[in-house]
Design a protein around this ligand. Structure first.
Ligand code: PEP
Ligand code: MN
Length: 639
């Protein structure tokens, strides 16, 4: 059952509630949520809930209807974020685990670890104990394999996961790995689940070959009831009548499971299909289904692999897949989980330290708008849950709070696919030489019609939003609710707050879903924008001293520059020619008037960095071709 505490419940009252429940044989667990604090009580015994309801400090008692309790979304509404080493799984991240089916030799795992890491995988996989259909097939290297796996993980800064097949190995494996994997064949090996659960360590729980979703969640419950909270579920295909693929990937299980449990769920396209050609499209399907990650088999020479060669990707196929996942991420509101980049010179010696500060303490991140704004969503995509978002009235306030150190970073929109460049941001970058662009994030803009809870669509008379929001939904407003009046407002989330404060059920606002949630308002109509291909690109900005820490989180591949040229024929052409000669692919060119100099312009360029120091070489020449030039920053393009 779930005991919802009164907001003003004291520590003494909470202690009394806990001891009352423990005396009656319940296991108790306190969960502090954003909205309220609850105590989950799980046990075999039955109790009249009225006995709990009358305790001091209790607001209400809700029985958990599902047979799995600790794993249930009823008990914990917010997503669980599983931490494996320095990698987080869950929430709005896509964590990709990759590596060979089995560790075959030290050289093999070291070589493939380097490649999957470079492509962007964050956890290394590799089996040391292989549950094979035939007793004559390769069974894995055992403890020796674990040693090689650990060495490769440490060398490339990746946590490692591997399958445990026997209770006898659980203790021994503990020191070699960061996450246990329970294989499909062992999903209902309850003794193994208990032993692994006891370690309290993260566990990747594969779905059994013939397991229903409920059986799978009950297996997770076994792990949790025995002591671990860190469970990641993995859909890896189920056995059906269909033999064209090794198994049948059950993508629909992903959203179903996410409704039922707070635990993250990932997908395994390799075992689900058994065929290399199917792995990339099914990986994208898994991501599109809303999964928090993937586990993919990759091998340097799949044709020589000792197990699962036909389903293993070649490294270059994996690299392409990672780029595709990165592009798909923003469509489903997620981005690839990254870990600090390894600078080749530091390989094997010291771990990269630059971004440790960024990973550790709570940071303040400034954005323009009210809570619930799309800019806040961009902040949440880039930074950890622990960071604090700081709403600012104007774009210039974002820049100022970064300059004076109130905020460590700022997130500002730079371009919208329908509305074009946000000139304010370019002008502020130009006028703040102490600020650098360090990162980029894309957010898909989905507009909703939002009103007070219980408001009726037909009775809405006025719709408030930022003029861009109103314009982007004009077709809906004109055809679906021609009687309503469009009311321009200074920002979308602010319009929701305004409607809430008015308390008038005939008013509505157009804004994103986070704004509705933030102000406890109701979405009357979802996705009302005329053109769904509506994305905004944001820059992450910081002062120079923070820039290196942020950038080390991923390889940089893009630069943003601002320059001006003399007033003579061919001046701009000369600059563009330098970019072209160095093979630099220009991604954006924009001109802005220079304040105080009528009819003179600065040019903003975004360019790829090219190969073998091409950008640095070009920069040397650009300095002579321009009257002024500044690199606004280098960053990892969101693609
Ligand atoms: C594996 O990951 O190599 C494996 C054996 O997976 P599954 O248990 O899903 O078959
Ligand atoms: Mn395998």
């Amino acid at each position: 059952m779930i005991i919802v505490l009164k907001q003003q419940a004291t520590d003494i009252q909470k202690d009394r509630i806990r001891s009352f429940l423990k005396e009656r044989g319940f296991k108790v667990k306190e969960i502090v949520g954003k909205e309220d604090t609850v105590i989950g009580a799980v046990g075999a015994k039955r109790i009249d809930i009225r006995e709990v309801e009358i305790l001091d400090g209790v607001a209400s008692v809700i029985p958990i209807s599902k047979p799995y309790k600790l794993a249930s979304r009823e008990l914990k509404k917010e997503d669980t974020i599983v931490q494996v080493g320095n990698v987080k799984i869950g929430g709005n991240r896509i964590a990709v685990m990759a590596g060979p089916c089995a560790v075959e030799s030290r050289d093999q795992i070291l070589s493939i670890a380097a490649k999957v890491r470079e492509a962007g995988a964050v956890i290394l996989r590799g089996g040391a104990f292989k549950p094979r259909t035939s007793p004559y097939s390769f069974q894995g290297l055992g403890e020796e394999g674990l040693k090689y796996l650990k060495e490769a993980g440490e060398k490339f800064g990746m946590p490692v996961t591997t399958e445990v097949v026997s209770t006898a190995d659980v203790e021994m494996m503990k020191d070699y790995i960061d996450m246990y994997q329970i294989g499909a064949r062992n999903m209902q090996n309850f003794e193994l689940l208990k032993a692994v659960g006891h370690t309290g360590m993260p566990v990747l729980l594969k779905r059994g070959l013939c397991a229903t979703i409920e059986e799978w969640l009950m297996a997770a419950e076994y792990l949790m009831a025995n002591g671990t909270e860190q469970v990641v579920l993995c859909e890896r295909g189920i056995r059906t009548f269909e033999r064209a693929t090794r198994n049948t990937l059950d993508c629909s299980a992903i959203p179903v499971v996410q409704k039922l449990t707070h635990l993250p769920v990932i997908g395994d396209p390799s075992h689900a299909t058994g065929l290399r050609d199917m792995v990339a499209p099914m990986s994208l399907a898994i991501v599109a289904s809303g999964a928090s990650g993937l586990i993919v088999e990759v091998h340097d020479h799949p044709e020589k692999a000792l197990s699962d060669g036909p389903q293993s990707l070649y490294p270059d196929q994996f690299e392409k897949l990672m780029r595709d996942i990165q592009a798909l991420g923003p469509v489903v509101g997620k981005s690839l989980e990254r870990i600090p980049r390894i600078i080749p010179a530091s390989l094997g010696s010291s771990a990269p330290a630059a971004s440790e500060e960024m990973m550790a303490g709570p940071l303040t991140i400034a954005f323009q708008g009210e809570f619930g704004a799309f800019s806040e969503l961009a902040v949440r995509r880039v930074f950890d849950e622990s960071s604090v978002a700081l709403p600012c009235k104007k774009f210039s306030d974002v820049f100022e709070s970064v300059m004076d150190g109130t905020a460590a970073y700022g997130v500002v929109p730079v371009e919208n696919t329908l509305g074009g460049t946000i000139n304010d941001t370019l002008d502020l970058l130009n006028s703040h030489p102490g600020i650098e662009v360090v990162g980029e994030q894309q957010v898909r803009i989905i507009h909703n019609l939002i009103a007070l809870p219980g408001a009726e669509f037909e009775k809405i008379t006025k719709v408030y939003s930022h003029p861009q929001g109103l314009a982007q939904c004009s077709e809906f407003l004109e055809t679906q609710m021609p009687w309503a009046q469009a009311m321009p407002f200074f920002d979308t989330a602010g319009a929701v707050a305004f409607v809430k404060n008015q308390g008038d059920p005939t008013l509505a606002a157009i804004a994103g879903a986070p704004a509705a949630k933030c102000y406890s308002m109701e979405i009357l109509r979802e996705g009302i924008e005329t053109n769904p291909r509506n994305y905004t690109r944001f820059y992450v900005i910081s002062r120079e001293e923070r820039a290196a820490a942020f950038r080390s989180a991923a390889p940089v591949d893009r630069a943003s520059l601002v320059f001006s040229v003399g007033d003579q024929p061919g001046a701009l052409f000369a600059v563009l020619e330098i970019l072209s000669k160095h093979g630099l692919n220009m991604k954006k060119l924009e001109s802005r008037p220079i304040p105080g100099k009528p009819w003179e312009y600065s040019f903003f360029v975004e360019t790829e960095l090219g190969k073998d120091g091409a950008f640095e070489q070009a920069l040397g020449q650009l300095k002579t071709a321009c009257t002024s030039i500044r690199v606004l920053g280098t960053f990892t393009a969101a693609h």
